[in-house]
Design a protein around this ligand. Sequence first.
Ligand SMILES: [Zn+2]
Length: 154
Amino acid sequence: MSNISGASSGSSSAHRGRIVGVPRVCWCGAQIVAKLSKSETNPYRRYFRCVYAASNKLMDDNHIFKWVDEALLNEVDSLTSKAERLEQMVKENEIVFDGAEYEKIVYEKVLMEVEKEVFERVETVLMEAKASVKKMMILPIIGCMLIVGFMKLI
Ligand SMILES: [Zn+2]
């Protein structure tokens, strides 16, 4: 996803790439600091700057420079669109899972779990039955299986 167009104008010299929102780290790997502008054109305006470039007092370089107010504006914009996307997803899910459709999914899931449990029990009982001849124990289990099978037909 790239959103290069539609960004606010008014930055100074050309920078490598364009950062959307608040920069976390410069491309050179250095941390970002918030500093206060002392220029005549932008007095007391805060900006983000690459630590390396700032400590070396670099000028017209490719290291990150971004006005704090512009960065925050970007951040708010991206958060707003993110929230709108989430809202849209929730709405779409409501359509898919509403009412009867949702109940059917839950019902099928429960049924599958019950069935699995019954089969597991039958297996254990059958093993026991083979060892000792207690065939009577199998009957209630078969009864359970019949009920589950019958429920599936509904
Ligand atoms: Zn840098």
